[in-house]
Design a protein around this ligand. Structure first.
Ligand code: ACM
Length: 637
């Protein structure tokens, strides 16, 4: 009786080992490395695992952090500062090798061990991120408890370096405040995909989020607003007697902690102080800084800016700008930028400069006097006068200035860099006149936009699907490529109330941005990217990071054939999905009719319901588009 059981167990365990060692033939790395050569077989790491280093302090720090990630209920991991690694260990070491480009690394996993070399600790750090993605997904379990007994790695030889040096995400901490712990967590997520820039949007109409010791009211008053929940932009303004209790700010100590946390992970933090527009929180604190005397409040998300037609033309119902004709404004900014420059080691400070409503300036006597005195022909030149003075202040603190592309209006400040958001053209114009540029155009990298159909996504005024983000090309033809520092995706948080939703909006679109900014252009391939995203979803599930499954939901186009007939055309972003639908109010599944050609909506139907499947597996979410919505989209009254 015993023998057959023994043989059975032997077969089971061999099958198990085979399954483990054959591993995942297609490595699911994001961003895709410059070159990968994979050979058959795997390296099974011993339970007493050592990470050897050549005792460089920064590499030791990276090794210590790696050891914490690899330790588990089955694994004891120690860091050994010794140049001669034993077999089946991990070896991280610095080299001096001109053939490895900046921030690059070489990673070799062979039957004898893991060897990771780079010219700089940053290269080692990026190599470690790649290495971590080669481990089974259970490695990301935060508590280190796993059912995976053995860490096994595929045998590979990887050479890698980034395409761009500026690989950023912007987090708006003004519309909703995120704590130091939450920002650290966001950094932890972004570094997995080799982002190296966190742009913090620190001031806006809805909150001033950084302590300025010489201007205490900025955080006593400006960091707090009345709380509103629902659809931002529709809220009532503060009512008489209502207490501003919602908000928060970072103290100097908080900022130092964040800067260090980011720097330890090779992330720079770019601080943004958004002026002269978007300044209600500053004005609520110091109303004298406005051209328009009055009482100001920190906006809870009421509608005080108007965009007739939704385009680039807008005006303010309240003057939310700092007054360019008021010398006190420059004294104020000198104080602000003195402290900001001391707190953030990064070479650039962002001064915003976007969406400045000038309808109050138009009629203002001080502005008219300034125009006369400085010979400024129009309001673009008034804005440019302001921006140039801000640049002087920022430069005087030993920093360079960057701003949104509106800073080009009326003439760009002499040393300024431009962050191009209203498309690429501002960036192209700036680069052609010799200025540095970061590309972050709305149509490719505005990750506050919905990522699928409005019937299922939390509502925002525009849509940006994953595939479009993946097609972002930051380097336009005909410009000096050295001036295009890179790109970034921007997460504005008007409609993002908490970190779970920030994650949902960020992932997977930031995976696409990570690959665009790191990997060679010629490696980009949408159909190859999707299965790798799916593998990252598994890792995010294991790490309990939220992401949007919108790539599985259909793309819906509604039109009309005649004044009463609605036609629905559908497509999918991902290959291999079937769309099933109903008009009879029931929820479709894979037994329902599959979409093949444009549908004529039965007039008497109440709603179109949809879902996508891959074979028998539901992939998309149940979607419901009411008849009223279909009519609206078709333009039928
Ligand atoms: C911006 O999105 N207003 C820069």
């Amino acid at each position: 009786m015993k023998k057959p059981l023994f043989i059975f167990c032997f077969i089971c365990s061999s099958l198990f080992l085979f399954a483990q060692s054959s591993g995942d033939a297609a490595l699911s790395l994001i961003p895709q490395p410059v070159s990968i050569v994979q050979t058959k077989g795997s390296l099974v790491l011993p339970h007493q695992l050592s990470i050897y280093t050549d005792n460089n302090a920064e590499v030791n720090r990276i090794a210590n952090s790696l050891s914490l990630q690899l330790a588990s209920n089955f694994y004891k991991v120690k860091v050994v500062p010794d140049k001669k690694p034993l077999a089946k260990a991990i070896h991280l070491y610095l080299v001096s090798d001109k053939s490895i480009p900046a921030d690059g690394y070489r990673l070799k996993i062979s039957a004898t061990g893991v060897s990771l070399s780079a010219n700089s600790p940053s290269g080692i750090f990026y190599g470690v991120q790649t290495l971590l993605q080669l481990f089974p997904k259970e490695i990301v379990n935060k508590d280190g408890h796993t059912s995976v007994k053995q860490w096994s790695l595929p045998l590979v030889s990887i050479e890698d370096h980034p395409r761009f040096g500026w690989r950023g995400l912007m987090l708006d901490v003004t519309r909703h405040f995120f704590t130091v712990a939450q920002v650290k967590d966001y950094i932890d997520q972004m570094v997995k995909y080799k982002f190296n820039m966190l742009h913090l949007h620190l001031t806006d109409d809805q909150g001033w989020r950084i302590e300025i010791k010489s201007l205490p009211k900025l955080t006593e008053v400006g960091a707090w607003r009345v709380e509103r929940t629902g659809t931002f932009g529709t809220f009532p303004k503060p009512q008489p007697g209502e207490k501003p209790t919602y908000g928060g700010f970072y103290t100097h100590e908080d900022i130092k902690e964040l800067v260090k946390y980011a720097a330890d992970r090779f992330v720079n933090i770019l601080p943004e102080i958004d002026v002269p527009g978007h300044s209600l929180a500053a004005l609520a604190s110091y109303p004298d800084l406005s051209c328009t005397p009055g009482e100001y409040y920190v906006s809870p998300g009421d509608r005080f800016m108007v965009w007739p037609g939704g385009g680039q033309h807008f005006y303010g119902l309240i003057d939310n700008t700092l007054c360019p004709a008021n010398e006190k404004v420059y004294e104020f900014l000198d104080k602000v930028f003195t402290e900001v420059a001391q707190l953030f080691p990064f070479q650039y400070i962002h001064m915003g400069g976007d969406e400045t409503a000038r309808n109050f300036w138009e009629k203002d006597e001080q502005i008219k006097a300034l125009m006369k005195k400085e010979n400024l022909k129009n309001l673009d030149e008034v804005q440019s006068y302001f921006v140039k003075r801000v640049e002087k202040i920022i430069n005087s603190k030993g920093k360079k200035m960057i701003g949104w592309d509106e800073i080009l209006q009326g003439g760009l400040a002499p040393n300024a860099a431009v962050m191009s958001w209203r498309g690429m053209s501002g960036g192209i114009e700036a680069a052609k006149s010799g200025h540095e540029v970061v590309m972050s155009p709305t149509d490719f990298v505005y990750i506050d936009y919905m990522q699928g159909d409005a019937s299922i996504e939390p509502p925002v005024y525009s849509t940006l699907r994953l595939k479009k983000t993946y097609s972002f090309e930051p380097l336009p033809e005909g410009v000096n490529e050295k001036l295009i520092r890179g790109g970034q995706a921007n997460l504005w948080t008007e409609q993002v109330y908490n970190m779970r939703h920030a994650q949902y909006m960020t992932w997977p679109r930031a995976l696409a941005v990570a690959e665009v900014l790191w990997s060679p252009k010629e490696k980009r391939n949408w159909n190859g990217f999707v299965p790798r995203v799916e593998k990252q979803f598994e890792r995010m599930d294991a790490a309990q990071v939220k992401y949007a499954p919108s790539l599985y939901d259909p793309i819906i186009t509604v039109s009309k054939k005649d004044s009463a007939t609605i036609i629905v055309t559908m497509d999918t972003e991902v290959e291999g999905l079937t769309i099933h639908y109903s008009f009879d109010n029931s929820f479709p599944d894979n037994f329902y009719q599959a979409y093949k050609a444009p549908l004529t909506v039965p007039n008497e139907s109440a709603a179109l319901k949809l879902v996508t499947y891959k074979g028998n597996k539901q992939m998309g979410r149940q979607m419901v588009i009411t008849m009223a919505e279909l009519k609206k989209r078709a333009g039928i009254k």
